[in-house]
Ligand binder design. Structure first.
Ligand code: HEC
Ligand code: HEC
Ligand code: HEC
Ligand code: HEC
Ligand code: HEC
Ligand code: HEC
Length: 227
Protein backbone atom coordinates (compact mmCIF):
# COMPACT_ATOMS: atom_id res chain seq x y z
CA UNK A 1 0.00 0.00 0.00
CA UNK A 2 2.67 2.38 1.09
CA UNK A 3 4.86 1.41 -1.82
CA UNK A 4 2.18 1.86 -4.47
CA UNK A 5 1.30 5.24 -2.95
CA UNK A 6 4.92 6.18 -3.29
CA UNK A 7 4.91 5.02 -6.91
CA UNK A 8 1.77 7.06 -7.58
CA UNK A 9 3.32 10.15 -6.05
CA UNK A 10 6.42 9.59 -8.10
CA UNK A 11 4.41 9.25 -11.30
CA UNK A 12 2.36 12.32 -10.34
CA UNK A 13 5.56 14.25 -9.75
CA UNK A 14 7.07 13.14 -13.06
CA UNK A 15 3.89 14.13 -14.88
CA UNK A 16 3.91 17.62 -13.36
CA UNK A 17 7.58 18.02 -14.16
CA UNK A 18 6.78 16.89 -17.71
CA UNK A 19 4.01 19.48 -17.90
CA UNK A 20 6.36 22.18 -16.66
CA UNK A 21 8.86 21.19 -19.31
CA UNK A 22 6.31 21.27 -22.10
CA UNK A 23 4.95 24.64 -20.99
CA UNK A 24 8.51 25.94 -20.93
CA UNK A 25 8.97 24.40 -24.36
CA UNK A 26 5.99 26.34 -25.73
CA UNK A 27 7.36 29.62 -24.39
CA UNK A 28 10.61 28.85 -26.14
CA UNK A 29 12.97 28.29 -23.21
CA UNK A 30 13.80 24.78 -22.09
CA UNK A 31 15.44 24.17 -18.72
CA UNK A 32 19.04 25.32 -18.80
CA UNK A 33 20.71 22.08 -17.66
CA UNK A 34 19.14 20.11 -20.53
CA UNK A 35 20.32 22.53 -23.19
CA UNK A 36 23.82 23.27 -21.95
CA UNK A 37 26.34 22.07 -24.50
CA UNK A 38 30.00 22.28 -23.52
CA UNK A 39 31.19 22.56 -27.13
CA UNK A 40 29.06 25.65 -27.61
CA UNK A 41 29.34 27.27 -24.19
CA UNK A 42 32.53 26.00 -22.58
CA UNK A 43 33.03 23.83 -19.47
CA UNK A 44 29.88 23.32 -17.38
CA UNK A 45 31.67 22.99 -14.05
CA UNK A 46 32.54 26.17 -12.19
CA UNK A 47 36.12 27.44 -12.34
CA UNK A 48 37.28 27.79 -8.73
CA UNK A 49 40.30 29.70 -7.43
CA UNK A 50 41.70 29.48 -3.94
CA UNK A 51 44.71 31.78 -4.44
CA UNK A 52 45.34 34.32 -3.08
CA UNK A 53 41.95 33.98 -1.31
CA UNK A 54 39.71 30.92 -1.12
CA UNK A 55 36.27 30.38 -2.64
CA UNK A 56 36.18 32.50 -5.78
CA UNK A 57 34.14 31.09 -8.66
CA UNK A 58 33.52 31.76 -12.34
CA UNK A 59 30.70 30.34 -14.44
CA UNK A 60 31.07 29.87 -18.20
CA UNK A 61 27.31 29.46 -18.52
CA UNK A 62 26.64 32.93 -17.07
CA UNK A 63 29.08 34.49 -19.54
CA UNK A 64 28.46 32.52 -22.73
CA UNK A 65 24.95 31.10 -22.70
CA UNK A 66 23.35 33.87 -20.59
CA UNK A 67 25.40 37.00 -21.42
CA UNK A 68 26.09 35.93 -25.01
CA UNK A 69 29.87 36.42 -25.00
CA UNK A 70 32.05 34.57 -27.53
CA UNK A 71 34.96 32.43 -26.44
CA UNK A 72 37.41 34.87 -27.98
CA UNK A 73 36.21 37.75 -25.83
CA UNK A 74 38.27 36.05 -23.10
CA UNK A 75 40.44 33.40 -24.75
CA UNK A 76 43.34 33.74 -25.01
CA UNK A 77 43.86 37.50 -24.57
CA UNK A 78 42.52 37.67 -20.99
CA UNK A 79 42.65 34.00 -19.95
CA UNK A 80 44.29 30.83 -21.18
CA UNK A 81 42.03 27.83 -21.67
CA UNK A 82 43.45 26.11 -18.64
CA UNK A 83 41.88 26.14 -15.23
CA UNK A 84 44.19 27.78 -12.70
CA UNK A 85 46.73 29.06 -15.26
CA UNK A 86 46.07 32.70 -14.34
CA UNK A 87 47.12 32.13 -10.74
CA UNK A 88 50.74 31.69 -11.84
CA UNK A 89 50.77 35.19 -13.34
CA UNK A 90 51.08 36.62 -9.83
CA UNK A 91 48.87 39.64 -10.43
CA UNK A 92 45.42 38.06 -10.24
CA UNK A 93 44.24 40.61 -7.66
CA UNK A 94 41.53 43.18 -7.11
CA UNK A 95 43.94 46.04 -7.81
CA UNK A 96 44.76 44.47 -11.15
CA UNK A 97 41.04 44.30 -11.99
CA UNK A 98 40.61 47.96 -11.10
CA UNK A 99 43.43 48.60 -13.59
CA UNK A 100 41.37 46.84 -16.27
CA UNK A 101 42.99 43.40 -16.37
CA UNK A 102 41.39 39.94 -16.28
CA UNK A 103 37.83 40.13 -14.90
CA UNK A 104 38.27 43.90 -14.72
CA UNK A 105 38.44 44.17 -18.51
CA UNK A 106 34.63 43.99 -18.40
CA UNK A 107 33.69 44.32 -14.75
CA UNK A 108 34.29 48.07 -14.74
CA UNK A 109 30.77 49.27 -13.85
CA UNK A 110 30.10 49.91 -17.52
CA UNK A 111 29.95 46.67 -19.49
CA UNK A 112 29.34 44.62 -16.34
CA UNK A 113 29.06 45.37 -12.60
CA UNK A 114 32.18 46.81 -11.07
CA UNK A 115 34.59 44.77 -8.96
CA UNK A 116 34.75 47.74 -6.58
CA UNK A 117 31.08 47.84 -5.70
CA UNK A 118 30.57 46.71 -2.09
CA UNK A 119 27.25 45.03 -2.87
CA UNK A 120 28.76 42.74 -5.48
CA UNK A 121 31.71 41.11 -3.69
CA UNK A 122 29.61 38.07 -2.89
CA UNK A 123 28.68 37.51 -6.54
CA UNK A 124 32.25 36.24 -7.04
CA UNK A 125 33.34 35.49 -3.46
CA UNK A 126 31.58 33.13 -1.11
CA UNK A 127 32.03 33.34 2.62
CA UNK A 128 31.94 30.28 4.86
CA UNK A 129 29.15 30.55 7.40
CA UNK A 130 30.55 29.86 10.87
CA UNK A 131 34.20 30.31 11.81
CA UNK A 132 35.50 29.05 15.15
CA UNK A 133 38.80 30.36 16.51
CA UNK A 134 40.78 28.08 18.79
CA UNK A 135 43.93 30.16 19.32
CA UNK A 136 44.97 31.50 21.71
CA UNK A 137 41.90 30.16 23.54
CA UNK A 138 39.33 27.57 22.57
CA UNK A 139 36.84 28.61 21.35
CA UNK A 140 35.43 31.83 19.91
CA UNK A 141 32.59 31.86 17.41
CA UNK A 142 32.12 34.21 14.48
CA UNK A 143 29.10 34.04 12.21
CA UNK A 144 29.55 35.50 8.69
CA UNK A 145 25.96 35.05 7.66
CA UNK A 146 24.67 36.96 10.67
CA UNK A 147 27.12 39.84 10.30
CA UNK A 148 26.37 40.17 6.60
CA UNK A 149 22.68 39.34 6.29
CA UNK A 150 21.23 40.37 9.66
CA UNK A 151 23.56 43.24 10.53
CA UNK A 152 24.02 44.43 6.96
CA UNK A 153 27.81 44.68 6.81
CA UNK A 154 29.63 44.52 3.50
CA UNK A 155 32.58 42.23 2.89
CA UNK A 156 34.79 45.31 2.62
CA UNK A 157 33.87 46.45 6.15
CA UNK A 158 36.11 43.67 7.47
CA UNK A 159 38.20 42.55 4.49
CA UNK A 160 40.99 43.10 4.33
CA UNK A 161 41.71 45.91 6.82
CA UNK A 162 40.53 44.04 9.93
CA UNK A 163 40.79 40.44 8.70
CA UNK A 164 42.40 38.68 5.77
CA UNK A 165 40.09 36.52 3.68
CA UNK A 166 41.76 33.43 5.09
CA UNK A 167 40.64 31.35 8.03
CA UNK A 168 43.60 31.05 10.36
CA UNK A 169 45.37 34.30 9.41
CA UNK A 170 44.59 36.10 12.65
CA UNK A 171 45.42 32.97 14.66
CA UNK A 172 48.86 32.87 13.09
CA UNK A 173 49.69 35.63 15.57
CA UNK A 174 48.29 34.32 18.88
CA UNK A 175 50.34 36.94 20.72
CA UNK A 176 48.53 39.71 18.87
CA UNK A 177 45.03 38.24 18.54
CA UNK A 178 44.13 38.89 22.17
CA UNK A 179 41.55 40.78 24.23
CA UNK A 180 43.96 43.69 24.77
CA UNK A 181 44.01 44.22 21.00
CA UNK A 182 40.22 44.06 20.84
CA UNK A 183 39.99 46.65 23.64
CA UNK A 184 42.29 48.84 21.53
CA UNK A 185 39.90 48.71 18.58
CA UNK A 186 41.63 46.05 16.51
CA UNK A 187 40.05 42.93 14.98
CA UNK A 188 36.50 42.42 16.35
CA UNK A 189 37.09 45.41 18.63
CA UNK A 190 36.75 47.79 15.68
CA UNK A 191 33.01 47.36 16.17
CA UNK A 192 32.68 45.57 19.49
CA UNK A 193 33.50 48.73 21.42
CA UNK A 194 30.19 49.34 23.20
CA UNK A 195 29.24 51.79 20.50
CA UNK A 196 28.70 50.03 17.14
CA UNK A 197 28.19 46.68 18.89
CA UNK A 198 28.33 45.28 22.45
CA UNK A 199 31.71 45.91 24.03
CA UNK A 200 34.43 43.28 24.05
CA UNK A 201 34.74 43.49 27.83
CA UNK A 202 31.11 42.44 28.30
CA UNK A 203 29.04 39.38 27.40
CA UNK A 204 32.13 37.15 27.29
CA UNK A 205 30.12 34.01 26.56
CA UNK A 206 28.41 35.49 23.52
CA UNK A 207 31.73 35.17 21.67
CA UNK A 208 33.39 32.54 23.85
CA UNK A 209 31.56 29.26 23.44
CA UNK A 210 34.27 27.41 25.37
CA UNK A 211 35.48 23.86 24.97
CA UNK A 212 32.01 22.47 25.58
CA UNK A 213 30.50 24.68 22.91
CA UNK A 214 33.24 23.57 20.54
CA UNK A 215 32.47 19.92 21.26
CA UNK A 216 28.77 20.53 20.69
CA UNK A 217 29.55 21.96 17.25
CA UNK A 218 32.16 19.47 16.14
CA UNK A 219 31.35 16.33 18.08
CA UNK A 220 32.54 15.20 21.46
CA UNK A 221 36.11 14.11 21.89
CA UNK A 222 37.29 15.25 18.46
CA UNK A 223 41.06 15.38 18.45
CA UNK A 224 42.80 18.32 16.90
CA UNK A 225 44.47 17.40 13.66
CA UNK A 226 42.50 14.11 13.73
CA UNK A 227 40.92 12.94 10.50
C1 HEC B 1 34.16 35.90 -19.76
C2 HEC B 1 35.38 35.18 -19.99
C3 HEC B 1 35.32 33.81 -20.65
C4 HEC B 1 34.62 33.43 -21.76
C5 HEC B 1 33.69 34.26 -22.60
C6 HEC B 1 34.98 32.06 -22.00
N1 HEC B 1 35.85 31.63 -21.05
FE1 HEC B 1 36.73 29.78 -20.94
N2 HEC B 1 37.70 30.33 -19.23
C7 HEC B 1 37.60 31.56 -18.63
C8 HEC B 1 38.37 31.55 -17.43
C9 HEC B 1 38.48 32.69 -16.45
C10 HEC B 1 38.96 30.26 -17.32
C11 HEC B 1 39.92 29.78 -16.22
C12 HEC B 1 41.33 30.29 -16.54
C13 HEC B 1 42.30 30.13 -15.41
O1 HEC B 1 41.91 29.67 -14.32
O2 HEC B 1 43.47 30.48 -15.63
C14 HEC B 1 38.53 29.52 -18.49
C15 HEC B 1 38.91 28.22 -18.77
C16 HEC B 1 38.48 27.50 -19.88
C17 HEC B 1 38.85 26.14 -20.17
C18 HEC B 1 39.78 25.25 -19.34
C19 HEC B 1 38.95 24.42 -18.36
C20 HEC B 1 39.77 23.47 -17.53
O3 HEC B 1 39.14 22.75 -16.73
O4 HEC B 1 41.01 23.45 -17.62
C21 HEC B 1 38.23 25.79 -21.33
C22 HEC B 1 38.29 24.45 -22.06
C23 HEC B 1 37.44 26.94 -21.77
N3 HEC B 1 37.63 27.97 -20.85
C24 HEC B 1 36.67 26.98 -22.89
C25 HEC B 1 35.89 28.04 -23.29
C26 HEC B 1 35.06 28.02 -24.45
C27 HEC B 1 34.92 26.86 -25.43
C28 HEC B 1 34.45 29.25 -24.50
C29 HEC B 1 33.42 29.75 -25.49
C30 HEC B 1 32.28 28.86 -25.68
C31 HEC B 1 34.90 30.01 -23.35
N4 HEC B 1 35.77 29.25 -22.64
C32 HEC B 1 34.49 31.31 -23.05
C33 HEC B 1 36.90 32.66 -19.09
C34 HEC B 1 36.08 32.67 -20.20
C1 HEC C 1 34.52 39.71 -21.63
C2 HEC C 1 33.84 40.39 -20.52
C3 HEC C 1 33.83 39.73 -19.16
C4 HEC C 1 34.91 39.21 -18.47
C5 HEC C 1 36.35 39.16 -18.87
C6 HEC C 1 34.36 38.71 -17.22
N1 HEC C 1 33.02 38.94 -17.15
FE1 HEC C 1 31.77 38.39 -15.61
N2 HEC C 1 30.16 39.16 -16.67
C7 HEC C 1 30.24 39.81 -17.89
C8 HEC C 1 28.92 40.21 -18.30
C9 HEC C 1 28.58 40.97 -19.57
C10 HEC C 1 28.03 39.77 -17.28
C11 HEC C 1 26.51 39.95 -17.23
C12 HEC C 1 26.16 41.38 -16.94
C13 HEC C 1 26.28 41.75 -15.53
O1 HEC C 1 25.96 40.91 -14.65
O2 HEC C 1 26.72 42.89 -15.22
C14 HEC C 1 28.85 39.12 -16.27
C15 HEC C 1 28.36 38.56 -15.10
C16 HEC C 1 29.15 38.00 -14.11
C17 HEC C 1 28.63 37.49 -12.86
C18 HEC C 1 27.18 37.54 -12.45
C19 HEC C 1 26.57 36.22 -12.25
C20 HEC C 1 25.16 36.42 -11.80
O3 HEC C 1 24.95 36.34 -10.59
O4 HEC C 1 24.30 36.69 -12.62
C21 HEC C 1 29.71 37.05 -12.14
C22 HEC C 1 29.70 36.44 -10.75
C23 HEC C 1 30.88 37.27 -12.93
N3 HEC C 1 30.50 37.85 -14.11
C24 HEC C 1 32.18 36.95 -12.53
C25 HEC C 1 33.32 37.12 -13.33
C26 HEC C 1 34.66 36.76 -12.92
C27 HEC C 1 35.04 36.13 -11.59
C28 HEC C 1 35.48 37.09 -13.96
C29 HEC C 1 36.97 36.88 -14.09
C30 HEC C 1 37.45 35.52 -13.81
C31 HEC C 1 34.65 37.64 -15.02
N4 HEC C 1 33.36 37.65 -14.58
C32 HEC C 1 35.13 38.10 -16.23
C33 HEC C 1 31.38 40.02 -18.63
C34 HEC C 1 32.64 39.58 -18.32
C1 HEC D 1 33.94 39.97 -10.71
C2 HEC D 1 34.32 39.12 -9.62
C3 HEC D 1 34.83 39.72 -8.33
C4 HEC D 1 34.24 40.70 -7.55
C5 HEC D 1 32.95 41.45 -7.82
C6 HEC D 1 35.09 40.87 -6.40
N1 HEC D 1 36.16 40.03 -6.48
FE1 HEC D 1 37.67 39.88 -5.11
N2 HEC D 1 38.61 38.52 -6.33
C7 HEC D 1 38.11 38.03 -7.51
C8 HEC D 1 39.08 37.13 -8.10
C9 HEC D 1 38.91 36.37 -9.40
C10 HEC D 1 40.21 37.12 -7.24
C11 HEC D 1 41.54 36.35 -7.42
C12 HEC D 1 41.37 34.85 -7.21
C13 HEC D 1 41.45 34.38 -5.77
O1 HEC D 1 41.94 35.10 -4.89
O2 HEC D 1 41.05 33.21 -5.49
C14 HEC D 1 39.87 38.00 -6.12
C15 HEC D 1 40.73 38.28 -5.04
C16 HEC D 1 40.37 39.05 -3.94
C17 HEC D 1 41.23 39.28 -2.80
C18 HEC D 1 42.66 38.77 -2.62
C19 HEC D 1 43.61 39.46 -3.60
C20 HEC D 1 43.74 40.93 -3.32
O3 HEC D 1 43.49 41.72 -4.26
O4 HEC D 1 44.04 41.32 -2.18
C21 HEC D 1 40.51 40.06 -1.92
C22 HEC D 1 40.96 40.57 -0.57
C23 HEC D 1 39.22 40.33 -2.53
N3 HEC D 1 39.17 39.70 -3.75
C24 HEC D 1 38.21 41.08 -1.94
C25 HEC D 1 37.07 41.53 -2.62
C26 HEC D 1 36.11 42.48 -2.08
C27 HEC D 1 36.18 43.09 -0.69
C28 HEC D 1 35.17 42.67 -3.05
C29 HEC D 1 34.00 43.63 -3.06
C30 HEC D 1 34.35 45.04 -2.86
C31 HEC D 1 35.53 41.84 -4.19
N4 HEC D 1 36.69 41.17 -3.88
C32 HEC D 1 34.82 41.77 -5.37
C33 HEC D 1 36.89 38.32 -8.07
C34 HEC D 1 36.03 39.30 -7.63
C1 HEC E 1 32.22 41.46 10.43
C2 HEC E 1 33.41 41.07 9.76
C3 HEC E 1 33.33 40.29 8.46
C4 HEC E 1 32.54 40.56 7.37
C5 HEC E 1 31.50 41.66 7.19
C6 HEC E 1 32.89 39.58 6.36
N1 HEC E 1 33.88 38.76 6.83
FE1 HEC E 1 34.81 37.24 5.81
N2 HEC E 1 35.93 36.78 7.44
C7 HEC E 1 35.85 37.44 8.65
C8 HEC E 1 36.74 36.80 9.59
C9 HEC E 1 36.92 37.20 11.04
C10 HEC E 1 37.38 35.75 8.89
C11 HEC E 1 38.47 34.80 9.43
C12 HEC E 1 39.81 35.49 9.31
C13 HEC E 1 40.91 34.81 10.02
O1 HEC E 1 40.77 33.65 10.45
O2 HEC E 1 41.98 35.43 10.17
C14 HEC E 1 36.85 35.77 7.53
C15 HEC E 1 37.24 34.91 6.52
C16 HEC E 1 36.73 34.92 5.23
C17 HEC E 1 37.11 34.03 4.15
C18 HEC E 1 38.15 32.93 4.22
C19 HEC E 1 37.50 31.59 4.20
C20 HEC E 1 38.43 30.43 4.21
O3 HEC E 1 37.96 29.32 3.87
O4 HEC E 1 39.63 30.57 4.54
C21 HEC E 1 36.38 34.36 3.04
C22 HEC E 1 36.43 33.73 1.65
C23 HEC E 1 35.53 35.47 3.43
N3 HEC E 1 35.76 35.78 4.77
C24 HEC E 1 34.66 36.08 2.58
C25 HEC E 1 33.78 37.09 2.95
C26 HEC E 1 32.80 37.65 2.07
C27 HEC E 1 32.57 37.24 0.62
C28 HEC E 1 32.14 38.60 2.77
C29 HEC E 1 30.98 39.44 2.31
C30 HEC E 1 29.81 38.67 1.85
C31 HEC E 1 32.70 38.64 4.10
N4 HEC E 1 33.70 37.71 4.17
C32 HEC E 1 32.31 39.50 5.11
C33 HEC E 1 35.09 38.55 8.94
C34 HEC E 1 34.17 39.15 8.11
C1 HEC F 1 32.16 45.56 11.22
C2 HEC F 1 31.70 45.50 12.60
C3 HEC F 1 31.86 44.18 13.35
C4 HEC F 1 32.98 43.40 13.43
C5 HEC F 1 34.34 43.67 12.85
C6 HEC F 1 32.62 42.27 14.26
N1 HEC F 1 31.31 42.37 14.65
FE1 HEC F 1 30.30 41.01 15.77
N2 HEC F 1 28.62 42.18 15.67
C7 HEC F 1 28.55 43.42 15.08
C8 HEC F 1 27.23 43.98 15.32
C9 HEC F 1 26.74 45.35 14.87
C10 HEC F 1 26.51 43.03 16.07
C11 HEC F 1 25.07 43.12 16.57
C12 HEC F 1 24.88 44.27 17.52
C13 HEC F 1 25.04 43.89 18.95
O1 HEC F 1 24.62 42.76 19.33
O2 HEC F 1 25.59 44.72 19.71
C14 HEC F 1 27.41 41.90 16.28
C15 HEC F 1 27.08 40.76 16.96
C16 HEC F 1 27.96 39.73 17.27
C17 HEC F 1 27.64 38.56 18.06
C18 HEC F 1 26.30 38.30 18.71
C19 HEC F 1 25.42 37.50 17.88
C20 HEC F 1 24.18 37.17 18.66
O3 HEC F 1 23.95 35.98 18.85
O4 HEC F 1 23.47 38.10 19.06
C21 HEC F 1 28.78 37.82 18.17
C22 HEC F 1 28.96 36.49 18.88
C23 HEC F 1 29.81 38.52 17.44
N3 HEC F 1 29.26 39.67 16.91
C24 HEC F 1 31.12 38.08 17.34
C25 HEC F 1 32.13 38.74 16.66
C26 HEC F 1 33.49 38.30 16.62
C27 HEC F 1 34.04 37.08 17.31
C28 HEC F 1 34.14 39.19 15.82
C29 HEC F 1 35.58 39.16 15.40
C30 HEC F 1 36.09 37.91 14.90
C31 HEC F 1 33.19 40.18 15.39
N4 HEC F 1 31.97 39.88 15.92
C32 HEC F 1 33.49 41.25 14.57
C33 HEC F 1 29.55 44.05 14.36
C34 HEC F 1 30.81 43.53 14.14
C1 HEC G 1 33.36 40.27 20.47
C2 HEC G 1 33.78 38.95 20.83
C3 HEC G 1 34.50 38.72 22.15
C4 HEC G 1 34.06 39.07 23.40
C5 HEC G 1 32.79 39.77 23.78
C6 HEC G 1 35.05 38.58 24.32
N1 HEC G 1 36.08 37.98 23.63
FE1 HEC G 1 37.75 37.11 24.45
N2 HEC G 1 38.44 36.68 22.57
C7 HEC G 1 37.80 36.99 21.40
C8 HEC G 1 38.66 36.64 20.30
C9 HEC G 1 38.34 36.81 18.82
C10 HEC G 1 39.85 36.10 20.86
C11 HEC G 1 41.07 35.55 20.08
C12 HEC G 1 40.74 34.20 19.46
C13 HEC G 1 40.83 33.01 20.40
O1 HEC G 1 41.53 33.09 21.43
O2 HEC G 1 40.21 31.95 20.13
C14 HEC G 1 39.69 36.15 22.29
C15 HEC G 1 40.64 35.71 23.22
C16 HEC G 1 40.49 35.74 24.60
C17 HEC G 1 41.48 35.27 25.53
C18 HEC G 1 42.87 34.73 25.20
C19 HEC G 1 43.77 35.89 24.77
C20 HEC G 1 44.04 36.86 25.87
O3 HEC G 1 43.65 38.05 25.74
O4 HEC G 1 44.60 36.46 26.93
C21 HEC G 1 40.96 35.43 26.79
C22 HEC G 1 41.59 35.05 28.10
C23 HEC G 1 39.63 36.02 26.61
N3 HEC G 1 39.39 36.20 25.27
C24 HEC G 1 38.77 36.36 27.65
C25 HEC G 1 37.59 37.09 27.49
C26 HEC G 1 36.76 37.56 28.61
C27 HEC G 1 37.06 37.30 30.06
C28 HEC G 1 35.73 38.24 28.06
C29 HEC G 1 34.60 39.00 28.75
C30 HEC G 1 35.06 40.01 29.71
C31 HEC G 1 35.88 38.17 26.60
N4 HEC G 1 37.03 37.48 26.32
C32 HEC G 1 34.98 38.73 25.70
C33 HEC G 1 36.55 37.56 21.25
C34 HEC G 1 35.76 38.04 22.30
Amino acid sequence: MNLSKKVLYTIGFLVSVGLLFSVAGVSGSTPAEEEYDEDTYGPSELMVWNTPVPRVTFSHKVHTMDAGLDCDSCHDDLFEMESGAVVDKGDFTMQSFTDGNYCGACHDGDMAFSTDSPDMCSACHSAPNTIVFTKPVKAVIFDHKMHVEDMGFNCGDCHSDLFKMHIGSAEENPDAFIMEALYNGEYCGACHDGDSAFASDTRCTTCHIGVMGFDRLFGHGEKKGGH
